[in-house]
Design a protein around this ligand. Structure first.
Ligand code: HEM
Length: 491
């Protein structure tokens, strides 16, 4: 099974140990379901042997959180750097550019600042419900569209994009895919540890350099055009340009134009490219099929607090603790990044008597951490939002070292996901809308037996998503369609 191949790191010798002939390494980009040794072989050659997977809360928190001043770099990717002119800071080194970009992104995405995006999120939820109402079979496409469109609104102030074939979406998705391919081990020879000298070969000798440099020029031009549009259309009524990250960076705190352009591109790419929120929602639908009792408790809370006559809103947030616990639980139970994003150690270090040389690549086996029974209880393998609530039904204070999230799906230390407030809010409103409007049930065969998906099967990529499965998503009451259509007309 996919995840059992990753064992906790037990520290016994001077260098952290690994299976015979292989270092303990892992990768979020391609979790192998079969023949894992082939992919390990690729990683070994690319990363060299100093790659560790941390498999305990203590090791992860001690190193990536408490020593984050030296554990916050990223692996270096030659082709990815060419594709982005070194400006995509989510993949970049922990240098001054990253610090500046991250600080600005952090301000634009703070707990307070993200309240400005509530309206965008409610709007996308309404459109998503409307699409599911007419085409429930393709629910994952509707999640994907909602998530991409929301990112365009938040980052560039765009009005909702209803069609996934829109050229802007196509372009940025192509850009993100290129980066993911470039970050996947084994794609380019130049990334291999002993072939890094190839990066100094001139342009005329290598197609990969020509392709990457040309792609960067054209992508950079597109991102700059989108930024110029915001400056030009400041007074237009198409979308709300100032209520966006680009609006803040380009209209309010005018600093370095080129850096602001690439800060927006980096944030867009980190969210939409990785398909985080939409993948998480696909897991949520699967959880509802497998755990109908959870669905009933959540719907009872919604019916009690929101009632039957209107859709939920962010004003209901404080009064919907079970929905908020469901958000935490889906990020814990099937977080879309079971190995997180790799950090690189920027200087030699010692940990519990073991030597970790500079440049060691650190993954965390978040999957293992999330199934730890000592922390999450004997039912850790099951989907149970109740674990986050006290006996009075209120959210409990969080588990140690999880930064109030209750899980590790947003990563660690100075690299922790800068968009996590947006992510939590999107999941909250989408889940509240979905359960208010629909019953999600398994398909049944001709004998009336439910066909249940296997929640350990997944599609592998930079994030994991459930293997495609069928289910029934049906309006809970006769007037639901009318309320949704009315809400859509008022957008
Ligand atoms: C369910 C949704 C999401 C999940 C599970 C998620 C998860 C992550 C993880 C694991 C990291 C790497 C942390 C580390 O290196 O330790 C990360 C980084 C990042 N995320 Fe997210 N993310 C989500 C949504 C978002 C959203 C909505 C945005 C933007 C609005 C965003 C923007 C970023 C950026 C810019 C980084 C790079 C941070 C850095 O390298 O300093 N993410 N995310």
């Amino acid at each position: 099974m996919t995840f059992q191949i990753f064992k906790a790191l037990h520290i016994r010798s001077k260098f952290p140990p690994g299976p015979t002939g292989l270092p303990i390494i892992g990768n979020l980009l391609q979790l192998p379901t079969s023949r894992p040794w082939l992919i390990f072989d690729k990683w070994t050659k690319q990363y060299g042997q100093n790659t560790v997977v941390l498999g305990t809360h203590k090791a992860a928190a001690d190193l990536l959180d408490r020593r984050s001043n030296i554990y916050s770099d990223r692996p270096r990717f030659v082709v990815l750097n060419l594709l982005t002119g070194g400006m995509q800071w989510g993949f970049g080194q922990a240098d001054n550019l990253w610090k500046r970009q991250r600080r600005e992104a952090h301000e634009a995405l703070s707990t307070q600042a993200v309240k400005e995006y509530f309206q965008y999120q409610e709007t996308e939820s309404i459109i998503m419900l409307d699409h599911i109402l007419t085409d429930p079979e393709n629910f994952t496409d509707h999640f994907q569209r909602a998530s991409t469109s929301l990112t365009l609104s938040i980052v560039y102030g765009w009005p909702p994009v209803l069609d996934s074939a829109h050229p802007a979406i196509q372009h940025i998705n192509k850009f993100s895919r290129q980066l993911l391919v470039a970050a996947a081990p084994g794609t380019f020879w130049v990334e291999f540890k002993y072939l890094k000298w190839m990066q100094y070969l001139p342009r005329w000798m290598c197609a990969w350099r020509r392709d990457a440099e040309d792609a960067f020029r054209s992508d950079s031009a597109v991102f700059q055009r989108m930024a110029h549009d915001i400056q030009k259309q400041r007074d237009s009524d198409v979308g709300d340009k100032t209520r966006s990250i680009a609006g803040k960076l380009l209209l309010e705190d005018i600093g370095n134009f080129y850096e602001a352009v690439w800060n927006c591109a980096s944030i867009y790419d980190s969210q939409a490219g990785a398909e985080t929120t939409s993948g998480q929602l696909a897991w949520f639908v699967q959880a509802m099929i497998l755990y109908p009792e959870v669905q009933q408790i959540a719907q009872k809370e919604l019916d009690h607090i929101v009632g039957l006559d209107r859709l939920p809103t962010f004003d209901d947030y404080e009064n919907l603790p079970y929905i908020r616990a469901t958000v935490k639980e889906i990020l814990r139970w099937r977080g879309v990044g079971p190995l997180g994003v790799p950090h690189r150690l920027s200087q030699d270090d010692y940990y519990q008597g073991y030597f970790l040389p500079k440049d060691t690549i650190c993954f965390v086996n978040i999957w293992t951490l999330h199934l730890n029974k000592e922390i999450y209880g004997d039912d850790a393998e099951h989907f149970n939002p109740g674990r986050f609530l006290d006996t009075g039904g209120k959210l409990k204070s969080s588990f140690a070292d999880t930064k109030d999230e209750g899980h590790y799906s947003f990563g660690f230390g100075k690299r922790i996901c800068v968009g996590r407030n947006v992510a939590n809010n999107s999941l909250f409103i989408h889940i509240a809308f979905l359960l208010w409007a629909f019953n999600i049930t398994p398909e049944v065969d001709e004998n009336g037996n439910p066909s249940l998906p296997d929640s350990l099967q997944c599609i592998e990529g930079i994030t994991i998503r459930p293997t495609p499965f069928h289910c029934n998503i049906i309006a809970r009451r006769a007037d639901v369609a009318e309320i949704i259509v009315q809400a859509k007309a008022n957008i």
